[in-house]
Write a protein that binds this ligand. Structure first.
Ligand code: MG
Length: 370
């Protein structure tokens, strides 16, 4: 089964604001093969740059575009294609945007393999994969603590058993930060897990102060309180925090995750399958996390393609859980039609082959940047 075409679909809302919502634009990868099967993947990056990584022509050694590298290869040889992409981009890789762009192709290849074998991706990963995965609602903090209650009550009504709030206005003011967390806990009650994403706001010392302030509110994890690569800071924090520490969404290479897990000692590691080399990259990180006694939970703040890939990957975990963005962007909610059903706090996965996602062509036509 030969790859005949790799297409990068770049979509963007007409107005993009400088807020921590990565669903205002997206980069989808569509891989076609000579037997008619196609696969979909998603890249989480600066979409303009990642698109160039996919579309660039062949050049001097090790500085080729990904589409040119993989076209003509056997779509079922996912490992061989990964090696070829790493080899062919070595001049500007192996991490960062090069690895992020590879992620979309890897995901699409798993989708194709599932369709070829007639199995959902999770069953390719393990026959013991579960059919439903707990999913936590994930949104940005409302603008003020007084607005958190209404949002949290809506999630309760929809059946969520875990909710994450993050980023601004959390950060500069300890009183506001505590009021945000207190409002969320108050509205959610005691039976729902509450995750807090600090959006890289502090150093280790300030973060430990916030941990003390947040301690009464039973926070499930405190995410990215520090600069993502401050491994020494994460170690200090993880060793002294009464709240489990989560991080890792910004990293791309397995070596970076090994450092964060072994030296940073974090409790939850959050690979984004649209950044770490797709499902294949995620498998290596899951194994590392297990070895380090940490738990891997996917970062998934994108379209239904990333959500399906993340849920299928999480379905083989000992303690499955996935992020489920509730960002209002039509790219997050309407672009990719998936067959998963959410109820009672869980995503019930589809038994259809591959990732079981398709693109809504009306949404593609409306937002695509050509
Ligand atoms: Mg985060």
């Amino acid at each position: 089964m030969i790859i005949t075409k790799v297409e990068a679909l770049h979509l963007r809302l007409p107005e993009v604001k400088e807020v921590a919502d990565g669903t205002q634009d997206c980069l989808i990868v569509r891989v076609e093969t000579d037997n008619g099967l196609t696969g979909l993947g998603e890249v989480v990056s600066c979409s303009y740059v990642a698109r160039a990584v996919i579309e660039a022509p062949r050049s001097a050694p090790f500085r080729h575009g990904l589409a040119e590298i993989v076209t003509g290869m056997d779509a079922t040889d996912i490992d061989g294609i990964r090696e070829a992409m790493i080899f062919g981009t070595a001049w500007y890789g192996p991490g960062g945007v090069a690895r992020q762009a590879m992620s979309g192709i890897d995901m699409a290849l798993w989708d194709i393999r599932g369709k070829a074998e007639g199995k959902p991706v999770r069953k390719l990963l393990s026959e013991n994969a579960v059919d439903s995965v707990p999913a936590y609602a994930s949104v940005l903090w409302p603008e003020r603590p007084e607005l958190v209650g209404e949002s949290a009550r809506a999630f309760l009504e929809q059946g969520y058993r875990a909710v994450k709030y993050g980023w601004a206005p959390m950060g500069p003011d300890a009183d506001v930060d505590e009021a945000l967390v207190a409002s969320a806990r108050d509205a959610l009650g005691d039976g729902v897990d509450l995750m807090v994403d600090a959006g890289r706001a502090w150093n280790a010392e300030t973060a430990l102060g916030r941990v003390e302030r947040f301690a009464p509110y039973n926070v499930f994890w405190l995410e990215e309180p520090l600069h993502p690569f401050d491994v020494a800071g994460y170690r200090e924090l993880s060793e002294h925090s009464s709240i489990p520490i989560a991080g890792g969404e910004a990293m791309t290479l397995v070596e970076e995750y090994a450092d964060l897990l072994q030296n940073g000692k974090i409790h939850f590691v959050q690979p984004d399958l649209g950044r770490v080399g797709g499902i294949s990259g995620g498998l290596a990180i899951e194994a590392l996390a297990k070895e380090a006694g940490a738990r891997a939970v996917p970062h998934a703040f994108g379209t239904g393609i990333l959500l399906s890939a993340s849920a299928n990957w999480a379905a083989v975990s000992d303690q499955p859980l996935t992020e489920y963005t509730r960002a209002p962007s039509p790219l997050a909610q309407n672009l990719a039609q998936h067959e998963m059903v959410f109820n009672d706090g869980e995503l019930h996965l589809s038994d259809a082959p591959g990732l079981a996602v398709s693109l809504n062509e009306d949404v593609v036509n409306q937002y695509r940047i050509v």
